[in-house]
Write a protein that binds this ligand. Structure first.
Ligand code: FES
Ligand code: FES
Length: 163
């Protein structure tokens, strides 16, 4: 199949890629653009390890062709925080032990980020429902939920302080 040119904005930067129309976005991100935060888990849209944001929506990047993301804004965990400037969700996951092996963590935090954009003050039940598409094999979810609720509280307090 002939390769095609596509242009995506990834973490605020315009990126040109050349790939077959059948290539999955997760593979373009990891193998062409060296963006390795989103992980490959099941490749069947079950685990959420590959979660990114496309045009402000949580998307499992193993279920999207790069061709479908042509012209879109894509945000990965790398676009949320950096080792020198962690996003509050990353800080809270560290503080509350929201990760063990870390395989699910980039997708989990990227999903939690969108969840808190959509619902800045979720209940525990809403957090659990909101991350239902992201599987973790290590933590038992307790500390993940605690981390997300703690991040929500801190983000809301910062917002109030700024008003
Ligand atoms: S790798 Fe995409 S949902 Fe599991
Ligand atoms: S921390 Fe290991 S899979 Fe979630």
């Amino acid at each position: 199949m002939a390769k095609q040119h596509y242009t995506l904005t990834v973490n605020g930067e315009q990126r040109d890629v050349l790939c077959e129309p059948r290539e999955l976005l997760i593979h373009t991100l990891r193998e062409q653009l060296d963006i390795t935060g989103p992980h490959v888990g099941c490749e069947t849209s079950h685990c959420g390890a590959c979660t990114v944001e496309i045009n402000g929506k949580s998307v499992k990047s193993c279920t999207v062709f790069t061709a479908q993301a042509n012209g879109a804004d894509v945000t990965t965990i790398e676009g949320l925080g950096s080792p020198d400037g962690l996003h509050v969700l990353q800080e809270k996951f560290r503080e509350h032990h929201g990760l063990q092996c870390g395989y699910c963590t980039p997708g989990m935090i990227t999903r939690a980020h969108r969840l808190l954009q959509e619902n800045p003050n979720p209940t525990e039940e809403e957090v659990r429902f909101g991350i239902a598409g992201n599987l973790c094999r290590c933590t038992g979810y307790q500390n993940i939920v605690k981390s997300i609720l703690a991040a929500a509280a801190e983000m809301n307090a910062a917002k109030e302080a700024a008003e």
